[in-house]
Design a binder for this molecule. Structure first.
Ligand SMILES: Cc1cc2nc3c(=O)[nH]c(=O)nc-3n(C[C@H](O)[C@H](O)[C@H](O)COP(=O)(O)OP(=O)(O)OC[C@H]3O[C@@H](n4cnc5c(N)ncnc54)[C@H](O)[C@@H]3O)c2cc1C
Length: 523
């Protein structure tokens, strides 16, 4: 028998990034019992940890309306105004109250002690708070420190959510068919002993982050295999805008860089994109030049690379800025230097890379999904703020605002009623004879997913490419599903199952939408 214990809580939070921790901390302060899980061995492993540029706030000569305008402009006109307004009007005070006062994030300040606001592409004002160029790392560290000291948050690392527990789907009671579908927790794999446990919760919160790892080139860390999108899809929750994948224009092109991101703030500080023979090219593509929106910059780089047959372009800060590069971008400077690139003297080779999912599990202004008692916060969710493309540095703030709002909403409505009998929910069913997992097969399947997505559902799409992509991914999904049903469960198998599901969701969404907008571009 491979099943183990059952756990109980008011709120199960799946994911330990900005969104998950904001939810967990706020819910615990509201008196709720929280379990927070992360599939990685290290609690800090998340997209949040790698965020560099910063978090959007309101700058000195700024207003909520100016921020709203910029977000809507970047979103190419299909952002959800209600959500954008919430972000712009509540965001700044939450940065101050939650990040600065409650968890003590030391944002960079001038010598006089005032916040130092950075500017990023498509922002009409300097309004990005940052901790040098390691903002995410500092925020994540402080979130962890805070949460670890709260008694009613139980933190479990090395726990991978397999599937959401839902009724009627997981109930043996035939009469449950007549009840409204709802989420009652999750089946989770204890990665260490490879047993499946059940966590029953009044509310479940997906805070599983993004999906970059379904693409060949990505800035996202290995945990970003799209699990939350896939779990929500399987549970019947509604997903929207999944075709809008934002590609970051500048990830370091180097065999040992693993998609290391070169912050957009560099172009905000004057850096320019150039071809390999040192010719700046962005003015040719946009009146905003190097500060054009991300999708335009990514496509321009892609076009230049295709036109010239190059596998990268250059980003040159040394020739164009007056700032102290080493002081402003210490982590980028060190990383490049470790790869023998001295950015004080020479340009960096860069390529675009999959960076952010603008769409996701549709939620309302309190983070509620279409499935009762299931919430989604952060990158896995779609509040509609980002529309067809995301304005730089709004993701962390969205995770914070919706994390707090979701927790407040859950606390207001918790009634302690269980709409099912626990005896009617069976433990995880294992196959009679489990197949051993061959890592070589898993690696090959990942390679197929990543290259299919990159070439057929990437920066520039065509109907032909998408048709072929859907067909190839559909075939692969059937094979992987079959393998999953027979395999001995481990995190590798679960990541692969979620990766192929999420890839197919993105490819289908891209194929269905024939209107070029924001990050979705069909040639
Ligand atoms: C390199 C980089 C730089 C960025 N820079 C910025 C920036 O400057 N400003 C900005 O606003 N945004 C930035 N972003 C985007 C932003 O960091 C993310 O969108 C945001 O951090 C997502 O937060 P989150 O809490 O939703 O998810 P994450 O921080 O990704 O956390 C998700 C968590 O869920 C866990 N998880 C996933 N699946 C499972 C599962 N099945 N079971 C259990 N746990 C699971 C993961 O291990 C992880 O802990 C950047 C992103 C990257 C990759």
């Amino acid at each position: 028998m491979n099943n183990n214990r059952k756990l109980y809580c008011d709120v199960l939070v799946i994911g330990s990034g900005m969104a998950g921790f904001s939810t967990a901390i706020t819910a615990s302060e509201e008196g709720l019992e929280v379990i927070l899980i992360n599939k990685e061995a290290s609690l800090e492993e998340s997209n949040t940890h790698y965020a560099q540029g910063g978090i959007v706030c309101l700058g000195e000569d700024d207003s909520p309306q100016l921020l709203i305008n910029d977000i809507i402009e970047a979103g190419d006109g299909i952002s959800n105004l209600e959500a954008v307004t919430i972000l712009a009007s509540e965001g700044s005070s939450l940065v101050e109250d939650f990040l600065v006062k409650k968890i003590g994030v030391p944002f960079s300040r001038s010598e006089k002690g005032a916040f130092e606001y950075a500017r990023e592409a498509s922002h009409s004002r300097r309004r990005i708070l940052h901790c040098m160029d390691t903002t995410g790392r500092v925020i994540e560290k402080n979130l962890i420190k805070k949460a670890e000291n709260i008694d009613n948050i139980r933190i479990l690392t090395n726990y991978t959510a397999i599937d959401l527990l839902t009724i009627p789907h997981h109930s043996t009671n035939p009469l449950s068919l007549y009840t409204e579908p709802q989420c009652i927790g999750a089946y989770v794999l204890n990665n260490v002993n490879e047993k499946v446990e059940m966590i029953f919760s009044a509310y479940t919160v997906l805070a599983t982050g993004g999906l970059g790892r379904i693409y060949l080139h990505t800035t996202n860390p290995p945990c970003a295999t799209g699990d939350g999108f896939a779990m929500a899809y399987r549970a019947g929750a509604r997903l929207i805008n999944m075709e809008y994948i934002q590609f970051h224009p500048t990830s370091l092109f180097h065999k040992d860089a693993d998609g290391f991101l070169i912050s957009e703030a560099m172009r905000g500080e004057g850096a320019k994109l150039k071809t390999k023979d040192n010719v700046p090219f962005m003015d040719k593509y946009s009146p905003l030049g190097d500060l054009a929106p991300r999708d335009e910059v990514s496509r321009s780089i892609y076009e230049e690379m295709i036109r010239r047959g190059d596998s990268y372009v250059y980003l040159d800060i040394a020739s164009y800025t007056k700032i102290d590069i080493k002081k402003r971008f210490p982590a980028i400077y060190e990383k490049c230097l470790s790869l023998d690139i001295d950015i004080l003297k020479s340009p960096m080779p860069v390529v675009p890379a999959a960076h952010y999912s603008c769409g996701g599990v549709q939620v309302d202004s309190w983070g509620r999904t279409s499935l009762r008692n299931l919430y989604a916060v952060g990158e896995v969710s779609a509040t509609g703020i980002h529309g067809a493309n995301r304005l730089a540095s709004t993701a962390l703030l969205e995770g914070l605002v919706w994390g707090v709002r979701a927790a407040q909403h859950m606390a207001t409505f918790l009634d302690g009623e269980k709409p099912y009998k626990e005896s009617e929910i069976p433990p995880w069913q294992f196959p009679e004879k489990e197949e051993e997992v061959d890592p070589a097969l898993i690696q090959q399947d990942w390679l197929s997913i990543k290259s299919t997505m990159w070439n057929y559902a990437g920066i520039i799409r065509t109907i032909k490419r998408l048709e072929r992509g859907r067909a190839d991914l559909g075939y692969l999904k059937n094979r992987i599903d079959d393998f999953y049903r027979k395999a001995h469960l481990n995190p590798m198998v679960l990541n692969l199952r979620n990766g192929i599901q999420t890839a197919l969701i993105v490819a289908e969404a891209a194929f269905s939408n024939r209107i070029n907008r924001g990050a979705h571009y069909i040639k």
